[in-house]
Design a protein around this ligand. Structure first.
Ligand SMILES: Nc1ncnc2c1ncn2[C@@H]1O[C@H](COP(=O)(O)OP(=O)(O)OP(=O)(O)O)[C@@H](O)[C@H]1O
Ligand SMILES: [Mg+2]
Length: 223
């Protein structure tokens, strides 16, 4: 099948969301294939909420989100579920592994559900090969985080969302994780939307925005 390189994989128009107060208003964003975008901002500015709006899990109060050409909050539920299940992958701020299972079993579930083969290169890159037989509950926080990233990548999503994927990691492992994610995006022609408070990690993306004063401001762009 020919890959459509023109249509952005992630597009949002006029996004606004509030809880007790307005978090952001009229946000537009567009991310093409093989591109990565990071949003930084202080705690409570609305980064995770924006990620949930964009990933199809939380309908914004205003605006549209288009994932791979489909208006995710307007299409029939079944179609939206299929996009969420097969096309998108989310690395959550808190990692949710099945604690009673081993690391490799956690990853196998994702690959089986998506009918994909586990990429051993990813396991090697993330430096988790030697702990994969251990129960997830016995892994260190950083190892659990890396297994949960391997689990998301095992689905081979076209559209990847990551919420503080390096939050529990030391510098060296944070770099390993970001390198793995960025390589994945380039190799699979996928798109990344990352939110983090870690400027150094954000700068590894093609574009960096600051979420502040209810809007996104472009800080850095290499594309
Ligand atoms: N489901 C909810 N109900 C009510 N308020 C919420 C809900 N989710 C988030 N909020 C509030 O919205 C604001 C933004 O939260 P959000 O999690 O998006 O921030 P963040 O930028 O990701 O912060 P952090 O860097 O700490 O993760 C916070 O004040 C939070 O308490
Ligand atoms: Mg957050």
């Amino acid at each position: 099948m020919k890959i459509d390189t023109k249509t952005p994989l992630i597009e949002a128009k006029g996004l606004s969301h509030s809880f007790d107060y307005l978090l952001y208003k009229d946000i537009d964003i567009s991310i093409n294939r093989s591109c990565s975008v990071a949003v930084i901002g202080r705690s409570g500015s609305g980064k995770s909420t924006l990620l949930h709006n964009l990933s199809g899990f939380l309908k914004p109060h205003k605006g549209r989100v288009i994932l791979n050409g489909k208006d995710i909050y307007s299409i029939p539920t079944k179609e939206a579920d299929s996009i969420r299940r097969y096309d998108t992958g989310i690395v959550f701020q808190m990692h949710y592994l099945f604690k009673g299972m081993s690391g490799i079993e956690n990853i196998e579930i994702a690959s089986l559900m998506a009918n994909k083969k586990i990429d051993t290169q990813v396991l090697k890159r993330l430096d988790i090969e030697h702990v994969l037989k251990q129960r997830a509950s016995t892994l260190s926080g950083g190892q659990q985080q890396r297994v949960s990233i391997a689990r998301v990548l095992a689905k081979e999503p076209k559209i990847l969302f990551a919420d503080e994927p390096t939050g529990n990691l030391d510098r060296e492992n944070a770099h390993i994780v970001m390198d793995t994610i960025i390589s994945y995006i380039r190799e699979k022609n996928a798109s990344l939307f990352l939110v983090t408070h870690d400027e150094e990690m954000a700068k590894m993306c093609d574009r960096v925005y600051l979420l502040k004063d209810k809007k996104l401001t472009l800080l850095q762009s290499s594309v």
